[in-house]
Design a protein around this ligand. Structure first.
Ligand code: ZN
Length: 146
């Protein structure tokens, strides 16, 4: 019996949303953008300079990820508003300490995710990098499926 899996890629690339959720390279959707897990507190900011699968340079131009601060700011505002709503819904007569007790821990605990996903969304939204099935190993040079 012939082994039909020889010509197939090692791993099937993710969908767009799966790649964003997994912080994968926007070109091949297989290589990890970050070098360590999100809640590895000493290294959650460590980003791979290049995609380990297709060698795409993630910082597409110098200072590119400064723009991610605006995305991170939006995440912070969304967390703040969600905390306000949660306290107003869950507490009968909320006082300032209730708001501070919910919003500040939420902002601190979600900081690694905010950092990462602001960079991921910046790269996917403004990086100008499109998914390439050939780089992902799904098609041949002529565009035919493998
Ligand atoms: Zn890649």
């Amino acid at each position: 019996m012939p082994n039909v899996s020889l010509n197939r890629p090692a791993a099937r690339p993710l969908s767009l949303w799966g790649a964003i959720a997994g912080a994968k390279c926007p070109r091949c959707r297989q290589g990890a953008m970050f070098a360590a897990p999100a809640y590895h507190l000493a290294r959650f900011t460590d980003m791979n300079p290049h995609c380990p699968h297709c060698q795409l340079r993630f910082e597409v131009e110098p200072g590119f990820f400064y723009g991610a601060m605006y995305v991170s700011y939006a995440f912070g505002v969304a967390t703040f508003v969600a905390g306000l709503v949660a306290v107003n819904v869950l507490v009968a007569k909320p006082v300032l300490q209730h708001y501070l007790g919910v919003i500040i821990p939420a902002l601190v605990l979600l900081a690694p995710l905010s950092f990462r996903y602001s960079r991921v969304l910046m790269l996917y939204g403004f990086g100008g990098v499109k998914f390439d099935p050939q780089v992902a190993g799904l098609t041949t040079k002529g565009g035919n499926p493998i």
